[in-house]
Design a protein around this ligand. Structure first.
Ligand code: MRU
Length: 349
């Protein structure tokens, strides 16, 4: 398949002619940028588990398109059995990555449409239309969020980011990196410091790839040097994405919490950029299951053994940052500031 052109490669898209999902396989970057195709829900579940598709908003789109895939590929003739098949597909997809709430949000949005339909044919049409709406809205959301967020950036600044909350984590543009793109577009001079984001290196592989490709000034650092750079006065602000925002905490890639603590200590603003679909205000931190990933991600680097056999490994994919050290949450409906118990009312609607 074709390699996307520089500029507007969509991370994930519905291919109408073949009724399948096409996406950039993020495990191959930065060495290769290849577009893959999913034609079954099992393929999609595997791609999500392997992080070929990753990042909260992109998972929301993948979940929505996954339900559309299940609906359009179904051979069931009876409406009840068809609905049962969709529920099974939805459950399978939801189980692939439990922490990023956008995944179940996207799945539920399309499943609701399917369940409302009075015929299988109608359900198929509605599912594709809703999945397409989820994808298109994501682009608009990132642009709005970027416009609100860039106001927080000084005209000349260095921003530290962790993981990848960019075009690759969404349909395009990005959340945290979307704010950076909007600031650059507004003529600001922004230098980005990208943390490598061990163990899967979303920072060095993905953030550096997409920013360098767009000509945005980016420098890679090991995760462990972030606090020292802050101490030296080399960081003006921190901006990250989110996988889930509960009433009391922001869940994001493991390592985010330590950056938030360091930023707080050094009196550097710590910003989170996330769409409203990432909020889960019915829950608090301790109710959320944090995904734990396999030992090999830490114990091996390709063929190279990094720790002896038998040594135990903790590999949490995400951590939680308490809201009292978050200076602002940038959303598509505006910038939310503390006290969050009040500003979250805007999200609840
Ligand atoms: O494990 P990943 O790569 O899916 O984790 C992604 C992150 O933690 C991102 O920061 C988050 O999803 C926000 S993406 C806009």
């Amino acid at each position: 398949m074709n390699v996307p052109e520089k500029g507007e490669p969509y991370t994930i898209a519905w291919e109408g002619e073949t009724g399948s999902i096409i996406y950039i396989d993020q495990t191959l970057l930065p060495g290769r940028c290849e577009v893959m195709r999913c034609t079954t829900v099992d393929d999609l579940a595997r791609a999500i588990r392997r992080l070929e598709i990753r990042g909260a908003p992109a998972l929301g789109i993948a979940g929505a398109m996954g339900v559309a895939l299940a609906a359009t590929r179904s051979r069931e003739q009876g409406l009840d059995r068809f609905r049962e098949e969709i529920r099974r597909a939805a459950d399978l997809l939801k189980g692939t990555r439990p922490t990023a709430v956008n995944l179940s949000w996207g799945i539920d949005r399309v499943t609701r449409k399917v369940m409302m339909a009075s015929s299988i044919e109608e359900a198929k049409v509605l599912a594709v239309a809703e999945a397409d709406a989820v994808a298109r809205e994501d682009e608009l959301t990132c642009r709005k969020l970027g416009a609100f967020g860039e106001d927080l950036f000084p005209a000349d600044c260095t921003a530290l980011t962790h993981c990848n909350a960019g075009a690759l984590a969404c349909r395009c543009w990005g959340t945290a990196l979307g704010v950076i793109r909007s600031a650059v577009e507004a003529g600001k001079h922004v230098r980005v410091v990208a943390c490598e984001t061990r163990p899967l290196n979303q920072g060095s592989r993905l953030t550096c790839w997409e920013l360098a490709r767009d000509g945005i000034d980016v420098t890679l650092i090991p995760d462990s040097s972030a606090a020292y750079l802050m101490r030296r006065g080399e960081i003006d602000l921190v901006i990250v994405g989110a996988d889930r925002i509960t009433r009391d905490a922001v869940f994001n890639k493991i390592g985010t919490y330590m950056h938030a603590i360091s930023a707080h200590y050094h009196e550097i603003p710590f910003y989170v950029a996330a769409p409203v679909s990432t909020f889960d205000l019915a829950r608090v931190e301790k109710e959320i299951a944090v995904e734990e990933r396999g030992r090999d991600e830490l114990a091996w680097c390709g063929d190279q053994m990094l720790t002896p056999d038998g040594v135990a490994v903790h590999n949490y994919a995400f951590d939680a940052t308490p809201l009292d050290i978050v200076d602002a949450i940038i959303t598509e409906i505006g910038v939310l500031r503390p006290p969050y118990s009040r500003s979250f009312r805007l999200v609840r609607g």
